[in-house]
Design a binder for this molecule. Structure first.
Ligand SMILES: O=C(O)CCC(=O)C(=O)O
Length: 274
């Protein structure tokens, strides 16, 4: 089965709205292989940590920086993904900042508070938000019921909004969020497995807790252009140009799991992470 790629129409949507969805960007076979690998991957489980939302519900994720030769790395480095990111970010060398497997389990998976990804990232001294993007690949269906992502359409044009803490997460100042919600459209991003959402680092987004009986798993990879070197952080992955692989590599890798060289983020005691 063939896969879809980014078109000029997607690029227009991204620049106008702060996000775009490529339906069927990864085939059912690729997505199923990745999901099954993730479900059984011991290192995903071992390196997962919880972040409390404001109600104390826990949202679980596993985050690593360096993309490897495992199935996740092959997907994040695949030609179709890197070409898509390049088209949306424009001139510059595409680098992989980090990837995370989001594991929103039935009934217990917590919310993500309103934030911009750049609300986290500017603290590391990344100066150019337009050089940063997140890409969410749905591994299972994402619906309103199981807490799909919500975005405020066009909010990437605000620039960075002030952020404080919200539970163990970073949250945008709600005065700004509410002002946006009065003026701009709130969109629930429902996705089928393999659908892929590209979103700007300054778009306001959140998700609600998973109150359904169905898990919502996704992989979110963040990319940066190499000229956007963080001023207060020596993170290397975000400024190392990605080594691209053929699209066929995802299936050819036969579901290889993460390695312990993967450079995992471990939860620290008192800081909101990402
Ligand atoms: O997957 C989700 O529910 C939200 C994730 C998110 O907001 C993020 O990673 O920035």
């Amino acid at each position: 089965m063939s896969h879809q790629a980014i078109t000029n129409q997607h690029a227009r949507e991204y620049h106008d709205n702060g996000y775009t969805i490529v339906r069927g960007m990864f085939t059912p076979q690729e997505t199923e292989l990745l999901y099954q690998t993730a479900l059984e991957d011991e290192l995903v489980r071992k390196n997962a940590f919880d972040l409390n939302d404001q109600t104390g519900k826990k949202t679980k994720l596993t985050l690593w920086y360096k993309p490897g030769d495992d199935i996740y790395g092959l997907l994040t480095r695949s030609k179709r993904m890197v070409d898509g990111v390049q088209t949306l970010l424009g001139k510059g060398e595409v680098c992989h900042y980090h990837s995370k497997l989001m594991q929103k389990e039935p009934r217990v998976g917590g919310a993500w508070e309103w934030h911009q990804d750049y609300g986290y990232w500017y603290k590391s001294g990344f100066l150019f938000p337009d050089a940063m993007i997140s890409v969410m690949v749905a591994l299972s269906e994402a619906t309103v019921e199981n807490g799909c992502l919500q975005v405020i359409k066009g909010s990437h044009k605000l620039g960075r909004v002030e952020h404080g803490f919200a539970g163990e997460q970073v949250g945008a100042k709600m005065e700004y969020v509410n002002a946006c919600l009065e003026r701009m459209e709130l969109v629930y991003v429902e996705l089928k497995p393999g659908d892929t959402l590209f979103f700007h680092s300054n778009i306001l987004h959140r998700s609600e807790a998973n109150n359904s009986d169905r898990a919502r798993w996704s992989m979110i990879s963040a990319y940066n252009l190499s000229y956007n070197k963080p001023a207060f952080d020596d993170n290397q992955s975000s400024i190392t140009p990605i080594t691209m692989v053929d699209d066929d590599a995802i299936l050819a890798g036969k579901g290889s799991t993460l390695s312990d060289q993967s450079d995992f983020l471990q939860k620290q005691n008192d800081v909101a992470l990402k």
